[in-house]
Design a protein around this ligand. Structure first.
Ligand SMILES: [Zn+2]
Length: 120
């Protein structure tokens, strides 16, 4: 029966993930034992089955957050106001992206090609 096959597959998948979990737990335990005299340990992270030690003053790559692009400050070429990229209205023109503080500035930019654009 098809249903039985599906149940079998689910059972196998469940068994495999349970096994993986056990392996991960053993890895963590072993590393905890190895590192128990290390005073700098702050924690352990498991990424894609790899167990990593987090020490003081050292964060794993995935936890180091770069300044979000949306927080980047850009200059409105029409009114020269400084605006956050995340809040800006955008226009792609001649392969370049321009950011505007308001819809009005965006419209003004699109309508008036004679506006001088600051190149930075
Ligand atoms: Zn503006």
């Amino acid at each position: 029966m098809i249903l039985e096959i599906i149940m079998d597959i689910l059972l196998i998948i469940g068994a495999i993930s349970f096994f993986n979990l056990l392996v991960a737990l053993f890895k963590v335990r072993r590393i905890m034992k190895m590192q128990k005299d290390n005073p700098n340990i702050q924690g352990i992270s498991i990424v894609n089955g790899e167990v990593k030690i987090i020490e003081k003053g050292q964060m794993p790559d995935e936890m180091v957050k770069e300044k979000s692009p949306a927080e980047e400050i850009v200059i409105d070429p029409v009114c020269h106001k400084e605006i956050k990229k995340g809040d800006a209205y955008r226009v792609f023109k001649d392969g370049k992206e321009y950011f505007f503080c308001s819809w009005d500035c965006r419209e003004a930019f699109l309508k008036a090609d004679h506006i001088q654009i600051e190149e930075k």
